[in-house]
Structure formats: C-alpha cells, structure tokens
Design a protein around this ligand. Structure first.
Ligand code: 13P
Length: 264
C-alpha cells in the first residue's frame, strides 16, 4: 500500500502570520471531533501524509506553529548549489535546516513563468536526492501539447531527462512525482478522473520500463490542478493516483480539511 499524500502548495500566498494561523487551525482540527481525530489517526498510522509548502519566508513560522508531528513542511523551490554567490536563491541545506522534509521541484510555474529547463531541473533533482530533503518532482503538459496529442511525449521527455541517472531504490523510496497538467492549474478545469488516471498510469509504466516492478509499485504519483473537496475523493479513488498537490483550495483551512477527509 502506497501512503497517500495530501500536499498544499501555497505558492506566493500566506505570510508568516497567516502561515502560523493556518497551521494552528489545522492542529486544532486534528484534535477535534469534526473529522480531525480520525484524520490524525490515519496520519499517525502511516496511511496518509499531510504536507504544506509555504513560501520561504513563512517556513519558520509554519514549523514553529506545529504542536504534533502530523504536518510535514515543504519548500517550493531550491537552488542546486549548496552555497555561494547566487543572490536571491535558497539552498537545500538551508531548506533542510529550516525544518522542511520535502521540496517541490519543477512546478509548472517554475518551468513556464521562470524558464526553468529540463537540464536545470535534472540538476535540482539530483542535488535534492543528495541532500536531507526529499523531492516532489512536477511534470505536466500544456493545453497545446494535449490537444496536439503529444501529452505522452512531453511527460516522457520531462521524466527521462530528470531521472536518467537515478537508480531503482532511489525512485521507489525517495521520489514523489506530481502530474500537474498546466491547463488545469488555477483554471477551475480539473482533468477528468480518467484523464488524470491515464496520465498517472502512463508515468508508472515509464517508471516500470526503466526501473522495474518494485520501484514502479512503490513510486508515489500525485495529481494537481483545480483540486477541490468536490472532486478530491474521486481522484483519490483512481488506482494510480497516490495523492494530491493542491493550490487554491489549500489556502482555505476548511477546504483543505475536507480534502484530507476525502482521503480517509
Ligand atoms: P490549483 O489547485 O490552484 O489549480 O493549483 C495546482 C497547483 O499548481 C499545485 O501545485
């Protein structure tokens, strides 16, 4: 059984005070009878993992606001070098020291708004795997790529380039892949359950072809793109979808709680 991951990507939202309020509210809910205790039990028993990815400047307050070990924290990006003259960048050792377990690498906004290339993302993925932080590596096609029938080609080239030098045990135990079709992000257009499942199944087959059955069976694959409480349960019911990477709906603590409950 792969452990389900419910991850909120706050993007450039929630400063330190809002991050503290959110984490405190979620902690209170975990202690409450409003579905929280049942969710906390699912996290404690290893069935679900809850991750929040605040912007860099809110990581410290999110970490400090935790009262339990039910919530893991992720950074949204990292530089591949451990230190040096890179103004405006943040290194993996800093992210680890600040209390993060995960880092999101290659989010579509990093690829398409900030121009991060497959080569740059391969370096980031390898550097992450050499650090004490684990990667949530994002892939996904644009609307043009989907409508022209090249979704599989795009996913394949993004992944082949990123994981070319990795080994089976690393893929199976350390890497989380997030399939986020660019056309579904922040648009209100969720991929249908079967489109999302088909893409995640395709990714698992690519992993099987390169790394074999054990690694592809344990690889966790998330779906992201306009996930809400109304569609999260059906997406999570798909056999190759092991969790969700949530943008907008993760900014509202009640919606995020409902999405967690849909994973129980
Ligand atoms: P939305 O849930 O707002 O579409 O964002 C998805 C996303 O990009 C998560 O990383």
């Amino acid at each position: 059984m792969r452990r389900k991951m419910i991850a909120g990507n706050w993007k450039m939202n929630n400063g330190p005070a809002a991050a503290e309020d959110f984490v405190s509210a979620l902690e209170e809910w975990f202690a409450s009878d409003r579905g929280g205790k049942r969710s906390a039990d699912a996290v404690s028993s290893g069935r679900i993992e809850i991750v929040l990815a605040p912007p860099f400047t809110s990581i410290a307050s999110a970490v400090a606001a935790r009262r339990t070990n039910l919530i893991d924290i992720a950074a949204q990006n990292a530089h591949h070098k451990r230190g040096g003259a890179f103004t405006g960048e943040v290194s993996l050792p800093m992210i680890e020291e600040s209390g993060c377990k995960y880092v999101i690498i290659g989010h579509s906004e990093r690829r398409h708004v900030f121009g991060e290339t497959d080569d740059a993302l391969e370096k980031k993925l390898i550097a992450t795997l050499e650090s004490g932080v684990l990667p949530i590596f994002c892939v996904g096609e644009t609307l043009d790529e989907r409508t022209s029938g090249s979704m599989e080609k795009v996913l394949s080239s993004q992944l082949t380039s990123a994981w070319s030098s990795l080994t089976s045990d690393v893929i199976g135990e350390m890497v989380v892949i997030a399939y986020e079709p660019v056309w579904a992000i922040g648009t209100g257009k969720t991929a249908s359950d079967s489109d999302a499942e088909d893409a995640c199944d395709f990714i698992r087959t690519l992993a099987y072809d390169k790394f074999g059955i054990a690694a592809s069976d344990s690889l966790r694959i998330l779906y992201g793109g306009s996930v809400k409480p109304e569609n999260s349960g059906a997406l999570l019911a798909q056999s190759d979808i092991d969790g969700l990477l949530i943008g907008g709906a993760s900014l509202d603590v009640e919606q995020f709680e409902k999405i967690i409950e849909s994973a129980l």
